[in-house]
Design a protein around this ligand. Structure first.
Ligand code: TYD
Length: 384
């Protein structure tokens, strides 16, 4: 049974930064979140058609961030330590990971044609299609099976996730490893980070839910770790061995059970915390404005789109958003249409809402001489 527990209202595509001419045709959908009492999977109630989100206009480029580029370089070095494995990457984006692997040993899958063309030009065979069992069969016919299947911030985008895991089983050889990472549900719950729920994130995974889904697809989880990316991620290591989960995996499942991630009551409590977070933010922003002070946004993230739309925070409160990504500059944020501008050397404002809270440490150190204060909603509304 699926139980809806959170309603974040009408939301636009979170990563779809737009021009004024595009305002009138902007797409909105009802962003609601549900819990499946059978699989324990947390998912959106209404999925947006994938072609609307992942196409040749897709704006998120993993290489733009040094933190992410370093993360993928280190991941590739680690995977190479298995010898010279033959690797399939699902969701290769602009090649930030696969670019570290010899093209002779790697195949990429990336439905966004703009990015697929980049990895092709880098010399990688790239399938610009969505990940399905049919595609898996085709790849096996053309390339045989693989030693490693890797996916970063991609599996949680795939709506029919059971089918996606079944498809991985098709391409992976019997001794192969399936390694993937996505935002971690436990961090979302602990931090009231409800902005991890948006159109692209069809699911937010716990280990408990993945244990169930992967088992159905013929996998067991042999290891887990927790990259410090995207506000707190979970990386799963799975194989096809018919063996017991090691202690580290069962103890982390024990921790999740301690947080009751298998029970609907946890999600209902989380939803109350989210509603409180909204009221607290609205109260704080109103107070700041009533003192005649100004507020900007820091980082035009997909996550901040969710906050601004859910909390009805438009240009009445936020004058503009600064962001380092050239493709976002000169555009407007989805839904509430706050202008996005490049950061200046010296930022002049009274307060900046930390939209890019996933880079909090990097940003606080960069702005250590600031003469403004940050506002964040993670783990609760506060001023830094
Ligand atoms: P991202 O991490 O992709 O978040 P999401 O997945 O929610 O979209 O986005 C981070 C954004 O923050 C990106 O547009 C770049 C911007 N940014 C800055 O403007 N300044 C900074 O110092 C950092 C670290 C990021």
């Amino acid at each position: 049974m699926k139980i809806e527990f959170l309603n974040l209202g009408k939301q636009p595509l979170a990563n779809s930064f737009l021009t004024q001419e595009q305002f009138k045709n902007e797409f909105f959908f009802d962003l609601k979140v549900q819990f499946d009492t059978n699989t324990k999977l947390v998912s959106l109630v209404n999925f947006v058609p994938p072609e609307k989100m992942f196409n040749e206009d897709y704006a998120y480029s993993s290489s733009c961030s040094k933190t992410m580029a370093d993360h993928f370089f280190n991941t590739a070095q680690y995977l190479m330590s298995y010898g010279s494995p033959k690797i399939l990457e699902i969701g290769s984006n602009d090649g930030v990971f696969i670019g570290n692997v010899d093209p002779k040993n790697a195949v990429a899958v990336e439905p966004c044609a703009n990015f697929a063309n980049i990895t092709r030009r880098m010399g990688y065979t790239t399938y610009d299609q969505f990940w399905t069992e049919d595609l898996a069969q085709q790849i096996v016919k053309e390339h045989g099976t693989f030693d490693i299947v890797y996916a970063a911030n991609c599996m949680c985008h795939i709506q029919d996730i059971q089918q996606a895991f079944n498809a991985v089983n098709i391409v992976l050889n019997d001794a192969g490893r399936f390694i993937f990472e996505d935002p971690y549900l436990l961090e979302v719950i602990k931090n009231s980070a409800y902005d991890q729920f948006y159109d692209e994130h069809a699911h937010i995974f716990s280990i408990i839910s993945l244990y169930n889904l992967l088992k159905n697809a013929g996998f067991r989880i042999y290891h887990v770790d927790f990259p410090n990316t995207h506000g707190g991620s979970l990386r799963i290591y799975a194989d096809k061995r018919n063996a017991q989960e090691p202690e580290k995996v069962s103890s982390q499942i024990g921790i999740e059970l301690g947080y009751k991630l298998d029970q609907i009551s946890t999600y209902e409590t989380f939803a109350s915390a989210v509603r409180k977070s909204k009221l607290d933010l609205q109260f704080l922003l109103k107070n700041i404005k009533s003192e005649g002070k100004n507020i900007i946004g820091y980082g035009a993230t997909s996550k901040s789109t969710v906050i601004y739309n859910y909390c009805q925070t438009d240009t009445k409160y936020i004058d503009y958003i600064i962001d380092t990504t050239p493709a976002k500059q000169g555009k407007y944020s989805p839904g509430v249409h706050i202008p996005i501008v490049p950061p200046t050397k010296h930022i002049t404002c009274d307060y900046a809402f930390l939209g890019a809270w996933n880079y909090k440490n990097e940003i606080l150190s960069k702005e250590k001489n600031r003469d403004f204060s940050f506002i964040t909603h993670v783990p609760r509304i506060m001023i830094i």
